[in-house]
Design a protein around this ligand. Structure first.
Ligand code: SAM
Length: 222
């Protein structure tokens, strides 16, 4: 069961220490740091992990999946350059934590998850929290064509290549942040759609994500 204990002064104190740790690791965007300082990470984790909620590490969230390390969340969010009212698609809802960080930054968030149990649990949790994030069940490598185009798209699982469908669902001038590589290690990429047919891409540091499964991801055998 996710931790339903309220956000105590202790949690708030530990969270500020985590924000400081992430800042020291190189995250500079004060809006990202402020969002990290506001969202109670312990509320997205099982009770047994409460004591570790404010350490900078990934943790299990069930269905063989993980909530990303806070530094990774901050790194991806900083690269995404979200501004107020932007329409953002997240692929890989997981616990819903990253989606809340994006909402805290003023984005209108759409998020898609392919694990049914996680989708149900997270949709209910976000609703209970009073979040306006729209959560969908399905293969996020195909995006959400009914709600496209998006200002920003964030992929929170490791892809073998950049899904064509996601590029097509970006606005001209829109940005896609996605880890791309093999199943062991991926490079963070930021791709900017500069015209109908052209993109520009930049490559950043290495990360380790769970695999992006699906039609334009790793082929699902599980
Ligand atoms: N953003 C999440 C959070 O804040 O907790 C963590 C994401 S976890 C590292 C990656 C998630 O991507 C997993 O929940 C996994 O089931 C999901 N996933 C993998 N392939 C997917 C796909 N094709 N479509 C949607 N979700 C996918």
């Amino acid at each position: 069961m996710p931790d339903s204990t309220p956000d105590s002064f202790r949690h708030q104190g530990l969270r500020q220490q985590l924000v400081e740790e992430v800042r020291k690791k190189g995250i500079r965007d004060v809006r990202v740091l402020a969002a990290l300082g506001r969202v109670p990470r312990h509320a997205f984790l099982d009770n047994v992990f409460t004591e570790l909620a404010y350490t900078d590490q990934a943790m299990p969230i069930g269905s063989g999946q993980t909530i990303s390390q806070p530094y990774t969340v901050a790194f991806q969010t900083e690269l995404l350059g979200v501004e107020e009212r932007m329409k953002v698609l997240e692929v890989g809802t997981g616990s819903g934590y990253q989606a809340c960080i994006l909402e805290e930054m003023g984005a209108r968030v759409f998020s898609i998850e392919r694990q049914r149990a996680l989708f149900h649990a997270t949709r209910d949790r976000l609703k209970e929290m009073g979040r306006k994030i729209k959560v969908f069940f399905g293969d996020g490598t195909l995006g959400l064509p009914a709600f496209a185009p998006f200002d920003r798209i964030l992929v929170t699982a490791g892809a073998p290549s950049v899904p064509e469908a996601l590029l097509e669902q970006l606005k001209i001038g829109g940005w896609l942040v996605i880890p791309v590589g093999n199943e062991e290690i991926q490079k963070m990429m930021r791709i900017i759609r500069i015209s109908e047919s052209e993109v520009e891409s930049e490559t950043f540091e290495d990360f380790r994500f769970v695999p992006l499964l699906g039609q334009e991801g790793w082929r699902a055998i599980r």
